[in-house]
Design a protein around this ligand. Sequence first.
Ligand code: NAP
Length: 268
Amino acid sequence: MDLPRLGQGTWNMGDSPAKRAEELATLREGIALGMTLIDTAEMYGDGRSESLVAEAIAGQREKVFLVTKVLPSNASRKGTVRACEASLKRLKTDRIELYLLHWSGSHPLEHTVRGFEDLLAAGKIRSWGVSNLDLSEMNGLVGIRGGAACAANQVLYNLSRRGIEFDLLPWSRGHGIPIMAYTPIEQGRILGNKALSEVAQRLGAAPAGVALAWVLRHAGVVAIPKASTVAHVRQNRKALDLRLDAESLSVLDSAFPPPRKAGPLEML
Ligand SMILES: NC(=O)c1ccc[n+]([C@@H]2O[C@H](COP(=O)([O-])OP(=O)(O)OC[C@H]3O[C@@H](n4cnc5c(N)ncnc54)[C@H](OP(=O)(O)O)[C@@H]3O)[C@@H](O)[C@H]2O)c1
C-alpha cells in the first residue's frame, strides 16, 4: 500500500471517555474522506490511543495505512519486537504498515534496525522508519547495514517551523525518504495569524486547510493533522484539493520566513 499524502494524528486521543464517541466518529469520517493513514504510538496515553484506533478501524482494516511507534527505551532488537507485538494486540491487527522509532535513544540504531528486520521477516510490519532524526543521524542511519530501507522520517514541520527546508528536507528527497510532517498546524497556534487568515479568506478556505496545503506543496511530504471533531477533519481534507498560487506563497513567506542557515532539528 502506498503512503497516503494526508493522514490523521491521534496524540491525546482516547484519553477521555466523554470525548470517545466524537473521536471515533472523526477518525471514521477521515477514513471515509480518504485520510486513510492513521498515526499513533505506544507512548500516546500509554496505549489508549492505539486502542481507540483499533475501535475506529474495526470492520475496515484493509482501507487503513497504520503507523505506530516504538519508544526509544524499548528499541533494542528484542525490545522492538516485543513492543510491536504489544501494539499489534492493542490495535487488534496482525500487521502494521509503517513502524517507526519515535526518537533516537540509547539503543544503537543498528540494533533497532535488526529488530525491524525481524518484524518484516515475520510479516508483522510492512515497512519501517524513524522519527525526530536530524540530518547527521539520518546520514548515520543510511550508512548502517539495511539502513537505506528506511521508509519515512516523521518530523516537526509547519509554517512556523521551517528549519528542515534548509537541509533535512532536500537531503530526504535526494535519498527518496518521505518526510512525514507532524504537528502540521502547530497545534492550532498559527491559525489566528493575520497573513494566513487573509490567504485563507482569498482562497475561500479555512486557515487549517491552507496551512496543510502549504505543508503538502512539496512532493515527498506527508501531513498528519490531528482532529477530534468531524468539522475539523472535513476542513483538513480540503487541503488535498487546494493549490496555493504564487501570491499566496509569497504572502506566507513574508509572514513565516524560510530558514537562512542550518539549525538544530526542532521537536515537540
Ligand atoms: N513523532 C513525534 O514525535 C510526534 C510529535 C507530535 C505529534 N505527532 C503526531 O502528529 C499528529 C499531529 O500533531 P499534533 O496533534 O501535535 O498537532 P496538530 O495536528 O498540528 O494540531 C492539532 C490541534 O489543532 C486542532 N485542529 C485540527 N484541525 C483543525 C481545524 N481544521 N481548525 C482548527 N483547529 C484544528 C485540533 O483541535 P481538535 O482536536 O479540537 O480537533 C488540535 O487542537 C499527532 O496527533 C501525532 O500523531 C508526532
